[in-house]
Design a protein around this ligand. Structure first.
Ligand code: CMC
Length: 436
């Protein structure tokens, strides 16, 4: 970290001595004030629920400028990666810091491909679930279960072991998501086919049956690959911070990733794409475009508890660059499938137009996020709605593991242990039960 010439001074109105705090500069983005010695010197903590002003780590992986609507993986704009690279090249970039050349790519693809099969025991884990279990409940269990297969062979302090865990996770997530899907529909699991692309193989494991050969459609495979690329990492969001915090105890990396899957499930995070599509379906059922005005009125009424899902973001206070790319993909997929008159897409476009002009959304800088269109694309491809977040988890796994490995490789890393402002009862004596 580069120290700044400027220092911050913290002073107190009660006459306690002031404290100088060092400032560090990033390559881009806001500087940080180093408060690590604050408690030792003043006996005080900082208070920042939701981490609105707190950098929990330094990182070289992903940078977001929320005001500009900019997203960079290792310095490369997402718009360029989405157009010029495929998902596995993006994985390589996130893991190793540079884009692969042709031979590095070939070797990396071969390594990932070599690990796509899961232990045959995994299907017996699946049998323990109800057929109607939510795929994210199933994925939390299955990814956690992977830790049992690779526990003794994984020394978290060994960089090679961490790397092989990363490759295994990237390789096995599509297989597990497809197995979770096949289980719910009662179809036989389809084993990976290693001469297909990463996204093509996933689609085959999802949609093929042993009775018929399945030929992936190139446009849909490209759309799926783009969904993966756009979701691959997003710096220190809730699930990534969960993975870092969980992994900071030195736990098994597969278990730490399972914690990320659990966190991602929530509707304020990865569950938003499912919630968004359900919202669009509700509006559609109530009358579609004609009912948008009424719906927006509900969203603006704080007592209604209704939110415009797929809108708003903690970091982006501008159009989410991923949403623009997703909207483009949405057009491509719907055209390919002859669904350009899809009423849900028309409804989404109209809803977006109205919301972007509405004073409530303008004043709060609420713009569409990636999930606003990703649900429509996935539904058109044939992915069932409850599986959307599992696909997000599949794509984000590389980000989680890259961030986890970066943390463990950082000589300054410590177990994460936030403090608190205690506002409960002070010390008191327990009375005998008859006196309570
Ligand atoms: N619909 C209506 N009002 C909203 C929305 C929304 N989607 N999002 C934020 N607001 C309002 C919020 O009520 C608040 O209003 P006020 O200032 O009057 O109290 C204001 O905008 C600021 O919102 P906030 O809750 O302080 O923002 P946050 O940074 O804490 O929350 C968010 C971010 C993503 C949780 C929130 O915008 C939201 O719940 N959006 C809908 C869910 C969603 O689409 N999530 C996907 C995020 S992108 C995928 C990912 O990266 O995980």
């Amino acid at each position: 970290m580069t120290p700044s010439d400027v220092k911050a001074t913290l002073s107190f109105s009660d006459g306690s001595p002031a404290m100088d705090l060092p400032i560090y500069k990033g390559t881009i983005g806001p500087d940080v004030i180093d408060i690590r010695k604050l408690y030792g010197q003043t006996g005080k903590f900082t208070y920042d629920p939701g981490f609105l002003s707190t950098a929990s780590c330094n990182s070289t992986i992903t940078y977001i400028d929320g005001d500009k609507g900019e997203l960079l993986y290792r310095g490369y704009p997402i718009e360029q990666l989405a157009v010029n690279c495929d998902y596995l090249e993006t994985c390589y970039l996130l893991l190793y810091g540079e884009l692969p050349n042709a031979s590095q790519k070939e070797e990396f693809v071969a390594r990932v491909t070599n690990h796509t099969m899961v232990n045959e025991q995994m299907q017996f884990f699946l049998r323990g679930f109800r057929r109607d279990a939510h795929p994210m409940a199933v994925m939390t269990g299955l990814v956690g279960a992977l830790s049992a297969f690779y526990h003794d062979s994984t020394d978290i302090n060994n960089p090679e072991h961490r790397e092989i865990a990363a490759i295994r996770l990237i390789a096995k997530m599509p297989t597990l998501v497809a197995m979770a899907y096949k289980y719910t529909v009662g179809q036989p699991y389809i084993y990976p086919k290693n001469d297909l692309s990463y996204a093509g193989n996933f689609m085959r494991m999802m949609f093929a049956t042993p009775c018929e050969e399945y030929k992936p459609n190139d446009v849909l495979v490209r759309a799926m690959d783009r969904i993966f690329t756009l979701h691959a990492d997003h710096e220190q969001n809730a699930s990534t911070s969960t993975v870092r915090l969980c992994g900071s105890s030195g736990t098994n990396p597969f278990a730490a990733i399972a914690a990320g899957v659990a966190c991602l499930w929530g509707p304020a995070h990865g569950g938003a794409n499912e919630a968004c599509l359900n919202m669009l379906a509700d509006i559609q059922n109530q009358g579609g475009v004609a009912k948008i005005g009424e719906f927006i009125k509900q969203v603006k009424d704080k007592n209604s508890g209704v939110k415009l899902m797929g809108f708003g973001h903690r970091v982006y206070k501008n159009y989410d660059p991923r949403a623009k790319l997703m909207r483009e993909t949405c057009h491509e997929v719907l055209n390919e499938l002859g669904l350009h008159n899809d009423p849900m897409f028309k409804l989404a476009m109209e809803l977006e137009k109205i919301a972007l002009e509405d004073e409530y959304f303008v004043a709060r800088k609420l713009y569409p996020n990636v999930d606003f269109y990703s649900g429509i694309v996935q539904r058109a491809i044939g992915i069932p709605v409850p599986l959307f977040t599992a696909i997000f988890a599949l794509a984000r796994t590389v980000g989680w593991i890259a961030q986890l490995n970066e943390m463990i490789g950082d000589p300054e890393y410590k177990i994460g242990r936030p403090r608190q402002l205690f506002v409960g009862a002070a010390s008191r004596d327990v009375k005998p039960i008859a006196q309570r």
